[in-house]
Design a protein around this ligand. Structure first.
Ligand SMILES: [Zn+2]
Length: 143
């Protein structure tokens, strides 16, 4: 499956890159969602940190499938930032690789009313210079 990359449709608050989070935020340039994985116990770790919280082993970024499901979500109807138009669908997506591997994101490419917990989703990336912001859309849906 080829990775979908979209151009921004509006304002987005972007992360400050550092050595720990750079792979996560820039992996989309190569079509990859990169998540840290422990070299010792092989558990996936997110958000990025300097050592495995389970065994304190060394972590390094590895690509995941980009598939997951909506763990929980909310539709933000209020304008929390002057440049961000509501509604804004904020979700926590659980990645298929591990039960507790979850990332905060937005769901795009569908009507907010169509989103439900457990909905299968697939990553896509919104390009902002070197940052490729991971978003998710219904698996098989249009971005
Ligand atoms: Zn570990």
């Amino acid at each position: 499956m080829s990775t979908v990359i979209i151009e921004p449709v509006g304002f987005r608050m972007l992360p400050a890159l550092n050595e720990l989070n750079r792979a996560f935020w820039t992996g989309g340039a190569n079509g990859q969602l990169l998540i840290q994985r422990c070299a010792a116990c092989r558990r996936w770790v997110h958000p990025p940190t300097s050592a495995c919280p389970t065994c304190e082993g060394p972590v390094r970024p590895e690509p995941v499938s980009g598939r997951g499901s909506v763990y929980t979500f909310t539709v933000n109807a209020h304008q929390f930032h002057p440049e961000v138009d509501p509604p804004n669908l904020i979700a926590i997506v659980q990645l298929d690789e591990q039960d507790d591997l979850r990332i905060m994101t937005n769901i795009v490419g569908c009507d907010p009313g169509a989103v439900r917990c457990g909905l299968p989703v697939q990553v896509l990336f919104e390009r902002h210079d070197e940052v490729f912001y991971p978003l998710f859309a219904p698996d098989g849906g249009e971005a």
